[in-house]
Every structure is written in structure tokens, then in C-alpha cells.
Design a protein around this ligand. Structure first.
Ligand code: ZN
Length: 274
């Protein structure tokens, strides 16, 4: 009898990790407005220590100031999206100025060694039809967020972390900014706590791929659903076809980065030229 009980316990021990692996939940941490000369390095150190990859939506004018941080973000396997060049709200710009801002940001990121941005997050999360049109032409899916602790206006890292930990669920995209010590502290605390709860942190493109979502330019994503029949929040672009080839030519991304990303392919990865 004792032998049977021992065998049963052994079977449970062997099976449990498989069950746990099948029930893993995934989250994407995203950081806007950087890179920051004061805060991004410490964040990158903390992410590396925890072997976590995040997604950075970089501002072109800051990339110009901190090209070495931009290169480091890419080199360490994080995903880079564009947050535009000047952090102007696109709703206040003409279509031509939106195009110019995105082109300039893209060129800055590539020149700094950050590779080609894979995603677009418009400043303030504000978009309209002209932004979606650029998103189609540049094949840059618009990625917003589903958890926003408003870290940019709070200095209590514990409160920011607590809000995220309470709200986060499988498939969520979490908005933070690598622009203060409290935001960095909150991010690292969230990783430690939610990892202990069984969550895994991945980049936005990885989260999309894990959920079976094919990211597409011209669509807006807030989170990714892992439940069947649960519609993903997205919006189709209402645009004219892209007719003009743009610039600059794509730069090759590092092999390790490409290997970690979803196999999204497009012949055109540039804002529409005017
Ligand atoms: Zn921003």
C-alpha cells in the first residue's frame, strides 16, 4: 500500500510541472518616452538580472541624445517600437507632418543601432485615420495598452506596482515610462511579484504570437486574448492604398532578435512618402 502511495505521489510530481507550463500566463511590459540618460540603464540592468525582455517605445529626439542606450536596448533583446520623433500629438499635425515625424524617428532609431522599429505607439495613445494610414504604409501595428497605472504622475512606486499587480491578467499590455526612479522600482517589483505568481514577461510581438495574433499595420491593439471567441480589441484602418515607395531602406535586424520575434513579414516598412 505504501508503495502504491509513493508511486502515486511520484506521478503527481512528474505531471504537475507539465500542467503548470500549460497554464502559464503572459504579460508585456512597455516603456514609453525614453531612452533616459538617468533611468534607462538601471532598468536595463534590472531586466537583464531577471532575464526579462520588454518593449520600448522610443522618442526620436531622445534616441539622438542617447544612441548608446538605444543600441543597448536592441542588443539585449528587447523590442523597439517608435513613439514618434518629437512627442507631438499626431491629431494636431497634418498627414504630411505625421509622416515626417515618423520618418525622422525611424531614421534616428536605425542610425543609433536600434534596428527597424516593429510597432507604433502614438504619443498620448492618440490616433486618427491619418495615423492609421501611416501605420499601414509603414507596416507598423499600433499598440496601445490595457493596464495604465499612471506612473508618470505618481512617485509612490509601491502604489504603482500594487495597481499593476491587482489588475494584470493574461495577455495584458502594461504601460510604464522609464522616466523616473519610482517607475523603474515599480517595474522591477511587478516582475518579481508576478513572476512568483506564475506570469511570464515577453515582448509585445511575442505576446501577440503566443496568443495566435498576426500583427498588422493599420490595426490597433490594446491587449491580446488567449481565450477562444474573445474578440481582440483592434480597429481596421480606413485608408487609401500606399502608392509611393518610401525611405529609408530596411536595415537587417540582429539574428537573435529576429529569432525571438513573431514571423511578421511585409514588403513595405516605411511611412508613406509625400
Ligand atoms: Zn509618451
Amino acid at each position: 500500500m505504501r508503495r502504491i502511495i509513493c508511486m502515486a505521489l511520484l506521478c503527481c510530481l512528474l505531471v504537475l510541472p507539465v500542467c503548470a507550463a500549460g497554464e502559464e500566463s503572459y504579460l508585456a511590459l512597455t516603456f514609453d518616452d525614453g531612452p533616459s540618460g538617468r533611468f534607462t540603464s538601471r532598468l536595463l540592468d534590472g531586466l537583464a538580472e531577471r532575464e526579462v525582455h520588454a518593449t520600448f517605445f522610443l522618442c526620436g529626439y531622445r534616441v539622438e541624445q542617447y544612441p548608446e542606450l538605444t543600441a543597448r536596448i536592441a542588443r539585449e533583446g528587447h523590442e523597439i517600437g517608435t513613439h514618434g520623433y518629437a512627442h507631438k500629438f499626431f491629431s494636431a499635425l497634418s498627414a504630411k507632418d505625421v509622416c515626417c515625424d515618423l520618418e525622422k524617428a525611424q531614421r534616428c532609431i536605425e542610425d543609433a543601432g536600434g534596428g527597424q522599429p516593429t510597432l507604433l505607439r502614438p504619443p498620448g495613445g492618440i490616433y486618427d485615420s491619418k495615423v492609421l494610414q501611416q501605420s499601414v504604409c509603414a507596416d507598423l501595428p499600433v499598440v496601445l495598452w490595457s493596464v495604465d497605472p499612471e506612473d508618470w504622475r505618481r512617485s509612490d512606486s509601491g502604489a504603482v506596482a500594487a495597481d499593476i499587480i491587482r489588475e494584470a491578467k493574461n495577455g495584458d499590455v502594461i504601460l510604464l515610462h522609464d522616466m523616473s526612479d519610482s517607475s523603474v522600482d515599480a517595474a522591477l517589483r511587478v516582475i518579481d511579484e508576478l513572476t512568483a505568481q506564475g506570469f511570464r514577461f515577453v515582448t509585445v510581438s511575442e505576446l501577440a504570437a503566443l496568443s495566435g495574433t498576426q500583427l498588422q499595420g493599420g490595426q490597433v491593439y490594446h491587449r491580446f486574448s488567449f481565450a477562444k471567441n474573445d474578440s481582440i480589441s483592434k480597429r481596421e484602418a480606413e485608408t487609401e492604398p500606399c502608392t509611393k515607395p518610401g525611405f529609408p531602406p530596411p536595415l537587417p535586424r540582429s539574428a537573435s532578435f529576429i529569432a525571438r520575434q513573431s514571423p511578421r513579414r511585409s514588403p513595405s516598412r516605411v511611412p508613406m512618402a509625400y
